[in-house]
Design a protein around this ligand. Structure first.
Ligand code: NAD
Length: 481
């Protein structure tokens, strides 16, 4: 077992001020693989001090040099591919294929923001057209300052890349708090920061739980901007803390995304996309399409096709090549999902496939894939994020009803539309209140496009130029031309 009792501050691994330790577990083998210190507010203080000291020089370094560091991050992640996928799999319960997606999307993100760092540099000081003779304005985009970044456990490398890469590209310095549940991939990322020679204080990592590290980080007056990805319950606390210091905040929160199967869809193709939308990463994905809305003429054959595919899913060791679905990432998450299965029983929902009727692997925090049909729209399972392999289905009689039902949600992170007519699928997609809508496609994520949602899913956007803007302050200089 590894014992990791340090924080990474000012390019040094330093002893934490905290005395408690948190176990890091392998959810398949159900044993402890490491132990990390639950950091203390004094660790946050040291990290913010280091980040503030490093800020002026990092900003002054310029876009080209910052881009080189981001490219070095991407290359070093690629070189450690096998190690990182293994770490992600044993700490998170991801299959190797799922771990590869986390890693590849992170690499693409560091590369993309290297380009954005250069583009930012090139547009600094651009002239604004103005009709008053002799006076001109020039636009600059300055870094927001020292940023506090907080991430969840479900896609450790990619959720952190979507924050760290644009923040560094913008010229911000970083105090980063990863999830205490899955910190091992992030510790490997930190070793990379040291290896590529990032200047001291530019990237600091503080390990610990929400109370010990997260809350003090959000409350620290030396933090100019907070960016958080995680649950709505915690996100609201982060926003309150930001409000108290009048600090900027970006939030990426939960989802309850719909997948619409229109009456002209091809059943087998639709079934494959529905399966990937909900059972990928054991359903622990913010954009999981957990509400299936199907035209009534296709409902029975689609449920039958889904039932067969669910039966064929192989649950087991996430490190094994023949495993399709690994365990839930933690005991807590398994119990969360099981609570919803109990609510389904209380509500009298009808299961096409019921997790509790399936024999599970002998070890691991597994919940078997489940499909409920005819789920009432006021059911808690229809409305709340479960974050597990639980699909709720309803049939509808028209396209209009499908759109209305899809949009009847507090969330609006993602959606998928499946139709035999691509133009129709695109048109229906335009009518949906969601930040990412895939039509006749599986869920593909591109660093150039935006990430985030409507309603309670997000405040702000990540990825693309919008992801960079989140870490920039606009400034104009006006004077004699
Ligand atoms: P969580 O909210 O429990 O924890 C997220 C992070 O917040 C962790 O690092 C945790 O230690 C920290 N934290 C806890 N209490 C805190 C506090 N008081 N102040 C500051 N930080 C605190 O979420 P989770 O269980 O790790 O992740 C699952 C959730 O994340 C789901 O709701 C999912 O939808 C969401 N998520 C959203 C996106 C997105 O892009 N919208 C992506 C991934 C996950």
């Amino acid at each position: 077992m590894q014992r990791l009792i340090q924080q990474f501050i000012d390019n040094r691994w330093v002893a934490s001020h905290g005395s408690r330790c948190l176990p890091v577990l392998d959810p398949y083998r159900q044993w402890q693989i490491a132990e990390v210190t639950a950091g203390a507010p004094a660790d946050v203080e040291a990290a913010v001090t280091a980040a503030r000291r490093a800020l002026p020089a990092w900003q002054a370094l310029g876009g080209e040099a910052r881009a080189s560091y981001l490219e070095a991050f991407a290359s070093a992640l690629s070189e450690r591919r096998e190690t990182l996928m293994h770490l992600s799999s044993i700490n998170n319960g991801k299959t190797l294929a799922e771990a590869a997606i986390d890693l590849d999307d992170a690499i693409a993100c560091y590369r993309y923001y290297a380009g954005q760092a250069r583009a930012l540099e090139a547009r600094q000081g651009r002239l604004v057209e103005h009709d008053v003779d002799g006076v001109a304005a020039r636009i600059y985009e300055d870094p927001a300052g020292v940023v506090g970044l907080i991430t969840p456990w479900n896609f450790p490398l990619v959720t952190s890349a979507w924050k760290i890469a644009p923040a560094l590209a913008a010229g911000c310095t970083v105090v980063f708090k990863p999830s205490e549940v899955v910190p091992l991939p992030e510790l490997a990322l930190t070793e990379i920061a040291l290896e590529i020679g990032l200047p001291p204080g530019v990237f600091n990592l503080v390990l610990g739980d929400g109370e010990g590290i997260g809350a003090p980080l959000c409350a620290h007056a030396g933090i100019n901007k907070l960016s958080f990805t995680g649950s709505n319950a915690v996100g609201e606390r982060v926003m309150q803390a930001a409000a108290e210091g009048s600090r900027g905040v970006s939030l990426e929160l939960g989802g309850k995304s719909p997948i619409l199967v229109l009456d002209d869809a091809e059943i087998d193709q639709a079934a494959d996309w529905v399966m990937a939308g909900i059972y990928f990463n054991s359903g622990q994905i913010c954009s999981a399409t957990s509400r299936l809305i199907v035209h009534h003429s296709l409902a029975e054959p689609l449920y039958a096709a889904l039932g067969q595919r669910i039966d064929a899913l192989r649950l087991g060791d996430p490190l094994a090549d023949d495993t399709d679905m690994g365990p839930m990432t933690s005991v807590r998450q398994r119990e969360n999902v099981e609570r919803y299965l109990a609510i389904a029983t209380e509500e009298g929902l009808t299961a096409v496939r019921d997790a509790r009727h399936r024999k599970l692997p002998a070890q691991g925090e597994f919940v078997a894939p489940t499909l409920y049909r005819d789920v009432p729209h006021d059911s808690r399972l229809w409305r709340e994020e479960i974050f597990g392999p639980v699909l709720c289905a309803r049939s509808v009689v028209s396209e209009e009803e499908a759109i209305e039902l899809a949009n009847d949600s507090d969330f609006g992170l993602a959606a998928t539309v499946i139709s035999g007519d691509t133009e129709r699928a695109r048109r229906v997609g335009r009518a949906l209140r969601a930040g990412s809508v895939w039509f006749n496609s599986e869920q593909v994520v591109m660093p150039e496009a935006s990430w985030g949602g409507f309603g309670r899913s997000s405040i702000g956007r990540e990825l693309g130029p919008w992801g960079l803007s989140a870490y920039l302050e606009m400034k104009h200089l006006i004077g004699p031309a």
